[in-house]
Design a protein around this ligand. Structure first.
Ligand SMILES: NC(=O)c1ccc[n+]([C@@H]2O[C@H](COP(=O)([O-])OP(=O)(O)OC[C@H]3O[C@@H](n4cnc5c(N)ncnc54)[C@H](OP(=O)(O)O)[C@@H]3O)[C@@H](O)[C@H]2O)c1
Length: 269
């Protein structure tokens, strides 16, 4: 992905930390940053499946990017502290934080949702994102520069049946993000939120506990977004000149215009 020379110059030499980089949108964001920066970039890639990150890191290093990979469960506050403490010095000053790690578990209605799933969705999507943001923003405030990108969702704007807890987590992300943007007004720290509709990734596979046939059905009858489509929006925002804040981006496939899709009366984003 080439966004042109100005974008490449705006990204040059930056250190970008991406959570949930082992699959889907996070993995695509890592590729898109490396491409747009012409390889002149440092990438810190985090997720629980460290083996996948190692392979991704090898691919990205071929573009010239400097890459650090680390296993991290963002739902574990202690692990987050350990992750930052173990960052090599050349990767410590984070210029761009992409809080992408997130998950939806199940489609049960209120009354039947497993307590463990409620805990896990909030711990990952909300508490992990807040802890990552708080940790990184301290250094950004000292340097008076940086970008924070939160992966929200249309689900955080419009709730849907079967997604009550997931939607609530994304609404919490939205609320937290709007407040932080206001707190940082007038600084050179940009706070952005990207809210996709349906994107075909491992998201539904995870949601349905590995049931591939059920996951495939979510994307039947229309063309969903690809992970790359969303990654391009993230990198576009981060490669604007410093005075431009692409604060909120709602991104749909053409068959979708809200949390309800044209081809069915439910959603799963
Ligand atoms: N797909 C969609 O339709 C859609 C729509 C709107 C918003 N989103 C949001 O986009 C983001 C990325 O989702 P995706 O579609 O790319 O899903 P995905 O393919 O399932 O990827 C999710 C990523 O998050 C990581 N992750 C999950 N739990 C984690 C944890 N506790 N700690 C660290 N990493 C964790 C996973 O890696 P490990 O399993 O290796 O940890 C994986 O790399 C999420 O925030 C999701 O809510 C997705």
């Amino acid at each position: 992905m080439s966004l042109g020379r100005d974008a490449q110059a705006n990204l040059a030499g930056k250190t970008v930390l991406i959570t949930g980089a082992s699959a889907g949108i996070g993995e695509a964001i890592a590729h898109a940053f490396a491409d747009a920066a012409g390889g002149d970039i440092r990438l810190v890639l985090a997720a629980r499946r460290a083996g996948r990150l190692e392979e991704l890191g090898r691919q990205l290093a071929r573009s010239g990017a400097k890459v650090h990979v680390a296993g991290l469960d963002v739902s574990d506050n202690v692990a987050i502290d350990g992750f930052f403490a173990a960052l090599p010095s050349e990767f410590r000053d984070i210029d761009v934080l992409v809080n992408n790690a997130g998950t939806a578990l199940g489609v049960e209605h209120a009354g039947s949702i497993r307590d463990d799933d409620v805990q896990s969705m909030f711990a990952t999507n909300v508490l992990g994102l807040i802890k990552m943001t708080q940790t990184v923003v301290r250094g950004m405030k000292q340097r008076n520069r940086g970008d924070i990108v939160q992966l929200g969702s249309i689900a955080g704007i419009e709730s849907y049946p079967g997604g009550s807890v997931y939607c609530a987590t994304k609404a919490a992300v939205r609320s937290f993000t709007q407040a932080v943007r206001k707190e940082l007004i007038g600084t050179r720290i940009r706070v952005m939120e990207v809210d996709p509709g349906a994107v075909e990734t491992e998201f539904s596979l995870v949601r349905f506990g590995g049931d591939a046939a059920r996951a495939r059905k979510v994307y039947e009858g229309f063309e969903p977004l690809s992970a790359r489509d969303v990654a391009e929006v993230v990198v576009f925002g981060c490669s604007r000149r410093p005075n431009v804040v692409v604060a909120e981006s709602l991104v749909f496939p053409s068959a979708q215009a809200g949390s309800y899709h044209r081809h069915r009366n439910t959603t799963s984003d």
